[in-house]
Design a protein around this ligand. Structure first.
Ligand code: AR6
Length: 322
């Protein structure tokens, strides 16, 4: 998956580069900075001394020494004051400049911590939104694997308002394990009743495309929507190689999150999403939190896969994409 949110200690992440939340001196500190220097060893500090510090929002690169990552990209986040002191732009610059350095050095993967959200006090939900938006934009035009590594509990991941509106949606829709089969390969009748939404599609169209496989339907929809392959797999958070497998194998069987990711990329409505899922043998169910969150976003017409993944992560659900 090109963009992944993971829960881990960033010093343990195997990526071409990990990003350090440094300070302007680049001579070490606490938090991520302290952890990285401890694992990398004294040679890292020796190289940092040669860099002459770093301005807020900028980024500089060193080797990774004893770390599992080859490189460390040091960036300096803004200290949170009141939100009116250019913090947002400076934080976005940290992500942009780190990604730019990674691109210039042809790195294939990079792992970010949530910059500024520790000692520098940036509110985590706001910081996460900026991270997701900058990384998401970058991945629409460049191929790289980007990890966002979070360390602690996940409730902070969403603003209180978004979290409670999704929670309320789940509470209203969820019908419990006992009420229906949660099987992802449920039959058509479950698809029809699962979310109790009226079907809106042309019967002629349905009959005409009855024999299509998942791959055929996907490729047809891409054409019909006037999208390119690259646009589609990027918006689906799907790796180019996986996409070409699907394109080249008429009988390809995707996982459920992959199939939904394409539905999101193609801006399908709920019925169209169900049709596409059915081609892969899946359905949406009211006894699956994952399915209800997807339904919630489709209902809102929010097709930003990174925001959907942020919500799925916050509710401990699998993410969309590969
Ligand atoms: N792996 C992943 N995330 C971590 C780890 C870890 N090992 N440790 C902490 N976090 P911070 P800042 C999370 O304080 O706010 C240093 O002294 C942590 O929970 O590292 O940009 C520097 O020298 C938080 O969400 O960075 C600077 O002076 C996030 O990483 C100053 O702190 C960032 O926390 C930079 O402060």
């Amino acid at each position: 998956m090109p963009f992944e949110i993971i829960r881990n200690d960033i010093t343990k992440v195997h990526a071409d580069a990990i990003v350090n939340t440094a300070n302007v001196s680049l001579l070490g500190g606490g938090g991520v900075d302290g952890a990285i220097h401890r694992v990398a060893g004294p040679e890292l500090l020796a190289e940092c001394r040669l860099l002459g510090g770093c301005e807020v929002g900028q980024a500089k690169m060193t080797k990774g020494y004893m770390l599992p990552s080859k490189f460390v990209i040091h960036t300096v986040g803004p200290v949170w004051n009141d939100g009116k002191s250019n913090e947002e732009k400076l934080l976005a610059d940290c992500y942009k400049n780190s990604l730019k350095l990674a691109k210039e050095n042809r790195l294939e993967s990079i792992a970010f911590p949530l910059i500024s959200t520790g000692a520098f006090g940036y509110p985590k939900d706001k910081a996460l939104k900026i991270a997701i938006s900058v990384i998401g934009d970058f991945l629409l035009s460049y191929e790289m694997v980007v990890y966002l590594v979070v360390f602690d509990k996940t409730a902070f991941m969403l603003s209180e308002k978004l979290f409670s509106s999704i929670k309320q949606y789940i509470d209203e829709k969820y019908i419990g394990e006992f009420a229906s089969s949660t099987s992802y390969s449920s039959s058509i009748s479950i698809v029809g009743s699962a979310l109790n939404i009226k079907r809106k599609r042309n019967l002629k169209d349905v009959v005409k495309h009855m024999d299509e496989t998942f791959s055929q339907m996907l490729l047809r929809l891409i054409d019909e929507k006037g999208m390119t392959d690259a646009e589609t797999y990027k918006k689906a958070n799907i790796d180019r190689r996986l996409f070409s497998k699907i394109r080249n194998n008429v009988n390809y069987n995707p996982s459920k999150p992959t199939a939904i990711a394409f539905a999101i990329a193609l801006h399908l409505n709920l019925d169209e999403t169900k049709d596409l899922l059915l081609k892969a043998g899946f359905a949406l169910s009211r006894s699956s939190i994952f399915d209800i969150i997807i339904d919630c976003f489709l209902n809102e017409g929010n097709y930003n896969i990174f925001e959907i993944n942020q919500a799925l992560f916050a509710f401990d659900q699998p993410l969309l994409g590969q």
